[in-house]
Design a protein around this ligand. Structure first.
Ligand SMILES: Cc1cc2nc3c(=O)[nH]c(=O)nc-3n(C[C@H](O)[C@H](O)[C@H](O)COP(=O)(O)OP(=O)(O)OC[C@H]3O[C@@H](n4cnc5c(N)ncnc54)[C@H](O)[C@@H]3O)c2cc1C
Length: 494
């Protein structure tokens, strides 16, 4: 294929969106492509680490909806990174909206083991409501300000009707179990409370078929495979970008100059920006010269980028059943259905309502999940205090003071200076126009200047698969394709 035009294209950020964009452009024959990455590594929010001998995922853990429609599943399969079970037709066909979240163990704040059969009605009502909410069956019902308001109100009503025959203590305990599940939902959405999530925005997210799976050798294996297909000198590491000067009107040859923190200016015809929304919200005023158009900026400011963190805890021996996949902690003193705590510095740990069991051949590791402001606070709790709070929590719920916490590793995404949080969620007042504005290239439509100077990719710019790895990858491909189509007539590929 003859390449008639070979523009300078700078991709900012070497997460999955940046790697996908650059890879697509290189494959299409563009030769002047480079990635500038602020840190010393590729992968961004895909980051695998170790706790002792166990591989732990600091960032993304799961391939959500691993089936043919999910490009991350297809890539991981083709690179040979998946467990055979994840490849079965049965796994790929599974509809997770109808599934229970793995084999659970339940414990209460009075140190009692609760029977899973007993707790089932709580999960049933929650799953039913979540399914209704994501299908937005209550579209006409404008009474509800948010997913949280809708769910809490419906839970009150449905539990009062359906649990009439249960005694008051059982009813109260089941409602507390629902609170534990609601806090889990905050983690899925990286929201402080489900009261922040717009009811109509919630249905924008699309689930893919397939039972979530992990990459046994670590998610970073996928990044390594993708990187191995790029020319070796394509990425400049430790090259944070300070400012994107666009709409250059002086006599410079290119429309854009990318200014790095070290002062170097890199001429570009096009920039694909893949920095996280958290970084963009915090730094937009210095990141663009001239500033972003008001319409785009307002949309960016109105969107939410929340925090979800994990705390990995290694034990000398397991205190859960061998087949357990998830452990719930139920606070029995919660008076209502709640998903946030009243005094964060005192009670932040109450927000951590569930743990998943981490696969390990010779260690016993749990991953505790925590979202919202409580999660952001947790990041700065001194190491010793963290260990002691977690140990006390586990002793209290299991009723066993002899359990020993061997090692702890926490993630700190809110304090990561290149991310400032974990991922995007829709927020009250969400409109499709905001999402369109977020992904719209600069200059915006209607301008007479050179088109496609700055393009926007990254997880938060996918209208349906935001907050995921596959969403991020697809946005990278989308923006690469925008440039490929733009140059197709000149390159004779139209
Ligand atoms: C705790 C956690 C759990 C998650 N769990 C899952 C999961 O189970 N499944 C799933 O599908 N998704 C999950 N996600 C989301 C998923 O990780 C992201 O959606 C995806 O990795 C985002 O990719 P990206 O390329 O858009 O952004 P990033 O991976 O954040 O890449 C952006 C890159 O830009 C760089 N950068 C920032 N500023 C600059 C600058 N000024 N100059 C140069 N470079 C810069 C950053 O260093 C980073 O490398 C999780 C995320 C977190 C944090």
């Amino acid at each position: 294929m003859a390449v008639n035009v070979d523009p300078n294209i700078v991709v900012i950020g070497c997460g999955v969106a940046g790697i996908a964009a650059a890879g697509r452009l290189v494959k299409a024959g563009f030769r002047n492509v480079r990635i500038l990455e602020a840190t010393a590594r590729s992968g961004g929010r895909i980051k695998s680490g170790r706790l002792g001998n166990t591989i732990v995922e600091i960032g993304a853990s799961y391939i959500h909806g691993p089936s043919e429609e999910n490009p991350i599943f297809c890539l991981a399969r083709d690179y040979g990174l998946l467990h055979p079970e994840a490849l079965t037709a049965e796994n790929q066909a599974m509809d997770i909206a109808e599934c229970f979240p793995g084999v659970p163990n339940w414990f209460s704040s009075s140190g009692q083991r609760l029977s899973s059969e007993h707790m089932k009605p709580a999960l049933e009502i929650f799953i039913e409501l979540l399914d209704e909410t994501s299908q937005n069956v209550n579209k006409e019902n404008t009474r509800w300000a948010s997913v949280g308001h809708f769910m809490r109100s419906e839970i009150q009503q449905r539990t009062a009707e359906r649990w009439k025959d249960k005694d008051a203590t059982t009813r109260a305990l089941l409602r507390c179990a629902i609170s534990a599940r609601l806090k889990e939902e905050c983690c899925t959405n990286a929201a402080h409370t489900m009261d922040e999530i717009d009811l109509s925005g919630f249905e924008m997210y699309k689930d893919l078929c397939g039972l979530d799976c992990m990459i046994p050798g670590g998610y970073e294996g996928l990044i390594d495979s993708l990187m191995s297909e790029l020319p070796t000198d394509l990425v400049s590491f430790n090259r944070p970008v300070r400012c994107v000067h666009w709409n250059n009107t002086d006599k410079r040859e290119t429309a854009v100059t990318v200014e790095c923190h070290d002062g170097e200016g890199i001429a570009a015809d096009h920039v694909i920006l893949t920095v996280p929304l958290g970084y963009l919200k915090k730094n937009h005023s210095t990141l663009f010269s001239p500033p972003l158009p008001a319409e785009k900026l307002l949309s960016i400011q109105s969107q939410a980028f929340g925090t979800c963190n994990k705390i990995f805890i290694e034990f000398d021996s397991p205190w859960w059943d061998t087949d357990t996949e998830v452990i719930y902690f139920v606070w029995e003193d919660e008076e209502d259905i709640v998903d946030q705590v009243s005094d964060i510095s005192k009670f932040w740990i109450r927000k951590m309502s569930f743990f998943t069991v981490v696969e390990s051949s010779d260690s016993h590791v749990l991953c505790g999940w925590i979202a919202g402001l409580e999660s952001e606070y947790m990041e700065s709790v001194p190491e010793e205090e963290l260990r002691s709070s977690i140990t006390q929590l586990i002793h209290r719920f299991t009723g066993n003071p002899r359990i020993v916490v061997r090692r702890i590793l926490r993630t700190q995404w809110f304090h990561d200076p290149w991310t400032y949080g974990s991922y995007y969620h829709t927020t009250i007042g969400f409109s499709k126009k905001d999402m369109e504005n977020m992904m719209a290239p600069l200059p915006m439509e209607g301008s007479q200047s050179q088109p496609l100077q700055v393009l926007f990719a990254g997880e938060a710019t996918h209208p349906h698969y935001y907050s995921t790895v596959h969403g991020a990858l697809l946005t990278g491909w989308r923006e690469a394709d925008r440039l490929i189509s733009h140059y197709a007539p000149q390159r004779g590929t139209a």
